[in-house]
Design a binder for this molecule. Sequence first.
Ligand SMILES: NC(=O)c1ccc[n+]([C@@H]2O[C@H](COP(=O)([O-])OP(=O)(O)OC[C@H]3O[C@@H](n4cnc5c(N)ncnc54)[C@H](OP(=O)(O)O)[C@@H]3O)[C@@H](O)[C@H]2O)c1
Length: 202
Amino acid sequence: MATECKLHKTKFIHISTDYVFDGIASNPYVETDFTNPLGIYGLTKCEGEEALMLSGCDGYVLRTSWLYSVYGHNFLKTIIRLATERDSLNIISDQIGTPTLADDLGRTILELIRQLTDKKKVPTGIYHFSNEGVASWYDFAHAIVELAGIKCKVNPILTKDYPTASARPAYSLLNKGKVKAALGIEIPHWRDSLKQAVTKLV
Ligand SMILES: NC(=O)c1ccc[n+]([C@@H]2O[C@H](COP(=O)([O-])OP(=O)(O)OC[C@H]3O[C@@H](n4cnc5c(N)ncnc54)[C@H](OP(=O)(O)O)[C@@H]3O)[C@@H](O)[C@H]2O)c1
């Protein structure tokens, strides 16, 4: 696709992930930070980014994190369903990142397209985008249940007590300074966006 975009002088916008990082950092990741994915998903996303960058097309990589929306299958909808079915939920509290409402990412992509269409120069390359703020999966689930007004207790648990097939970064906060400066945008806090999404669902 990137090769075709180069051939036809078409811009390519590619969505990537915070899971390209290993989560060992203690400050929000910037675009130039070293990638070291923990699993095959992050590895293939890294390879996609690299292929795009090496193709020589006008490529924009938007790395985002913890996507959810009122559509499709995602953490928000799973938690609402489970919280209605059960009295309590155990959710991991030692993985830190930022939930991102897909609408906010979509709006940013549209703004990028608008500016490129208006012939504004937006440098090609990698950009980080998530909602503002910091959360663990426990914080996220707790906020969902609270905002939805469901009577269900949410208990924090540790990653080591919830074995999964694939490792996930313990820390995947993204620094959004570059995208905010390039597009002149402000980004909503994850709690404000979550409130909007939950309101549409319940
Ligand atoms: N989910 C996250 O937390 C997260 C975090 C960071 C980055 N990302 C990135 O965000 C992007 C979307 O992820 P997601 O979680 O939203 O995935 P998803 O729920 O699986 O949605 C993928 C979408 O792509 C469509 N699709 C898949 N293969 C296609 C093809 N060959 N041609 C046309 N459409 C195709 C699917 O269509 P159907 O509905 O018809 O199957 C679906 O609508 C991915 O690039 C992912 O790496 C996701």
